[in-house]
Design a protein around this ligand. Structure first.
Ligand code: ATP
Ligand code: ATP
Ligand code: MG
Ligand code: MG
Ligand code: MG
Ligand code: MG
Ligand code: MG
Length: 271
């Protein structure tokens, strides 16, 4: 009996210490999303349907996450969400899921508060915002591309809806309920048609950042800096220009559903 108990006990210990190490060789995606941002965006007077300050702040926070944490290959964001993709081969924190998720979410949240005033200026931050996080694994490159395509398709669907919705409210004076009823059951083509015929808006000319969201990738950039050097034989310091290559996180607002993006940046999936 003792023997059996011991076996059971070690089983419990193992499942508790639950090694939350994630499967090797999978892409690790952490997606975070603002908690109750419907309310947060109203209270902080976000411009509807798209507040540029809020989008830029989200991207600033995501850049900070990529720079501060290890092994993030690409990130994609829209609305109040961002997805971070860790390299397949990452050994960061022995691939422990809880470490990835908590570090991403806390670094992002503190950045949101830290950088708030740089984007919102006089608009006071009224209460501390929160973000939820989840972790998903994708075994193949195709799985990962499908995931990112899904988030970008979601961005498009929501943005088309929101663009018409807010036109009906702001320009035609419909109440939110009336606008919602008007759009019930409409297809993408119908929404495009309403925008065009009633508001003279060609949806395809709306800014890319609204329609496609934001992709963050690493790019090599050349930086020219002036350095002061002192030559051994000379008295005065001399200023010289030196070029150095740095890798920076760069935002793009392009399509990532088709093959073109992945053909243009093969190194993202290569490692
Ligand atoms: P939950 O806590 O379940 O995520 P939520 O209210 O945050 O609830 P979401 O589905 O995440 O629900 O929707 C985000 C909300 O935030 C939307 O209502 C959207 O209009 C608003 N929002 C987010 N970013 C912006 C922005 N840049 N400009 C205007 N509104 C925004
Ligand atoms: P990790 O990222 O692994 O957590 P860490 O540097 O945060 O690394 P901890 O084991 O968490 O390591 O130790 C926290 C450190 O912060 C200690 O070195 C401790 O001296 C310091 N620290 C935390 N709170 C205080 C405090 N109230 N006063 C002085 N030092 C503090
Ligand atoms: Mg949500
Ligand atoms: Mg949300
Ligand atoms: Mg959301
Ligand atoms: Mg510690
Ligand atoms: Mg610590």
């Amino acid at each position: 009996e003792l023997h059996q108990n011991k076996a059971e006990y070690s089983f419990i210990l193992i499942s508790l210490s639950a090694d939350d190490t994630v499967l090797p060789n999978c892409w690790i995606v952490v997606r975070l999303d603002g908690r109750n941002f419907h309310r947060f965006s109203e209270q902080h007077e976000f411009k509807k349907p798209n507040d540029d300050r809020a989008l830029q702040l989200m991207t600033k926070c995501a850049q900070t996450v990529m720079q501060e944490l290890e092994d993030i290959a690409i990130a994609y964001g829209q609305s109040d969400e961002y997805s971070f993709v860790f390299k397949k081969k990452s050994r960061w924190f022995k691939r422990r899921a809880s470490k990835f998720m908590t570090h991403v979410v806390s670094q992002f949240s503190s950045s949101y508060v830290f950088y708030w005033k740089d984007y919102f200026k006089d608009q006071q931050l009224l209460y501390p915002p929160g973000f939820d996080g989840r972790i998903v694994l994708y075994p193949s490159n195709q799985n990962l591309k499908d995931y990112l395509s899904w988030r970008q398709a979601d961005c498009h669907i929501n943005n088309l809806y929101n663009t018409v919705f807010w036109m009906l409210v702001q320009r035609s004076g419909l109440t939110p309920v009336q606008a919602q009823e008007r759009l019930q059951g409409t297809l993408a083509g119908d929404k495009n048609e309403i925008l065009f015929s009633e508001f003279n808006i060609n949806y395809n000319n709306e800014p890319l950042i609204y329609r496609k969201g934001t992709v963050l990738i690493w790019q090599k950039v050349n930086e020219v800096i002036t350095k002061k050097i002192k030559l051994p034989k000379e008295e005065e310091e001399k200023e010289v220009e030196v070029t150095r290559t740095r890798t920076k996180v760069v935002p793009l607002h392009c399509d990532i559903i088709g093959d073109q993006f992945w053909e243009e940046y093969p190194e993202i999936l290569a490692e």
